[in-house]
Ligand binder design. Structure first.
Ligand SMILES: [Zn+2]
Ligand SMILES: [Zn+2]
Length: 405
């Protein structure tokens, strides 16, 4: 009875938010195509090992034209009481003064203890209400479920979870992943709220292998790009890149009748006071999701439908990724050129390869019957601001599709 009541209340709440966003639309807007929403699903704050207050981080992203955010701190949902001590270093002291000046002493709860400044962090309820703006800026509940197996770091984000998930551990890397993934799927089933687990940075200390990801059941997302400086997106002489992993996972998933794995770009930002390739800064990688309403439910469902692309700078005007055809149109910048590559695998072959390259601002690729799956990657001639590794140019990745039968 109690479960039913919670489920009903949550369902009603989601419906109310969706309706209230919808009601404000004019008739023309309702008939207009779906909108693009920019968001980052992987962010850290003072609630774990990030070095800034949630409100400051969220306001920064808001000012950079993001419409949704998830603060995914390690093993916390930011819903209890937590005090932090501001580090001695002047940049953090200055950061606190800026926080106090911007939000005011009525908002900021702090005290001086033995000469050190201690600050009470705002909870998810508090910070999300402070920064959210209906239909314009949304903060999604999230957690980075942070687990280990021996010396391997096994991190998995859970977007739009409603209740904290404790890392469950397990008997192998793959088993730990499956256990934590199952907890998210179970919570989804129990609450009726759409939520998604996604695998974080597999190459972080080379913790998660291709075979580990291939063995999973029920995982639909992983980070093809993560903006942290230690995650080795590109691999090295003995480890393959995340992008290479992506296609190999999907070859296996298709053979085993599993849904395709989608690739996310995220910041995994921790450092908000020092900038450069040695720091995990904000603004490096994001997703653009196409949907009609800015609600957590609509965004999760659109992600699951593959109605999104991942980006480190390249912006698309249109993306049609259905019915045996991938068609992209870039929103070009002056003086910048673009290489549009269609990557995929043909039946009977064991690895993905480039199927077509177009040097233009728009291109189309038709999936013929001999193709197993295909996706599109765009590389710009524009250098990315503040890149990591050797990923120097702005890019975008669309999601793979299979030919429809
Ligand atoms: Zn992590
Ligand atoms: Zn992280």
């Amino acid at each position: 009875m109690k479960i039913f009541k919670i489920k009903y209340t949550l369902g009603l709440l989601i419906l109310m938010i969706a309706v209230s966003c919808g009601e404000k639309k004019s008739k023309a807007e309702k008939e207009a195509p779906k909108k693009w929403y920019k968001g980052n699903l992987h962010t850290h704050s003072y609630w774990s090992d990030g070095d800034e207050f949630p409100e400051v981080i969220l306001d920064w992203y808001k000012s950079k034209d993001y419409q949704f955010m998830a603060l995914s701190d390690h093993n916390t949902m930011a819903d209890d009481e937590k005090w932090i001590t501001i580090r001695e270093d002047s940049i953090y002291q200055k950061g606190f003064q800026n926080y106090l000046n911007t939000y005011g002493k009525d908002w900021v709860t702090h005290k001086i203890d033995s000469g050190r400044t201690m600050v009470k962090l705002k909870t998810y309820e508090e910070y999300s209400h402070k920064v959210e703006k209906e239909c314009e800026f949304l903060v999604i509940k999230s957690e980075e479920i942070t687990d280990k197996f021996e010396d391997k770091h096994i991190h998995m984000n859970a977007t739009n979870i409603q209740k904290k998930i404790e890392p469950m551990g397990g008997t192998s890397v793959a088993n730990v992943m499956q256990n934590n993934l199952d907890q998210v799927l179970k919570q989804r089933e129990d609450t009726g709220v759409p939520m998604i687990p996604h695998i974080n940075h597999p190459n972080f200390y080379y913790s998660i292998s291709l075979d580990d990801m291939i063995s999973l059941n029920g995982e639909r997302f992983f980070e093809v790009y993560n903006g942290h400086q230690m995650v080795q997106n590109m691999g090295d002489s003995t480890h393959i890149s995340t992008e290479n992993m992506w296609d190999l996972i999907n070859i296996s998933y298709l053979e085993n009748n599993k849904p395709l794995m989608f690739g996310l770009a995220t910041d995994d930002s921790h450092h908000y006071h020092k900038k450069g390739k040695s720091w995990s800064n904000a603004g490096r990688g994001w997703v653009m999701v196409q949907t009609d309403t800015l609600t957590a439910e609509a965004l999760v469902l659109a992600l699951e439908a593959g109605d999104f692309y991942s980006s480190t700078g390249v912006k698309l005007k249109t993306l049609k990724n259905k019915n045996n055809s991938i068609s992209v149109e870039i929103q070009p910048e002056t003086g910048v050129t673009y290489e549009i590559t269609f990557i995929g695998i043909k039946k009977g072959e064991s690895e993905a390869k480039t199927l077509k390259v177009v040097n233009d601002t728009q291109a189309e690729f038709n999936l013929t019957e001999d193709i197993l799956f295909a996706r599109c990657k765009i590389t710009s001639s524009k250098l990315q601001d503040n890149p990591i590794e050797n990923l120097l140019y702005e890019m975008a990745w669309t999601q793979p599709i299979v030919p429809s039968k």
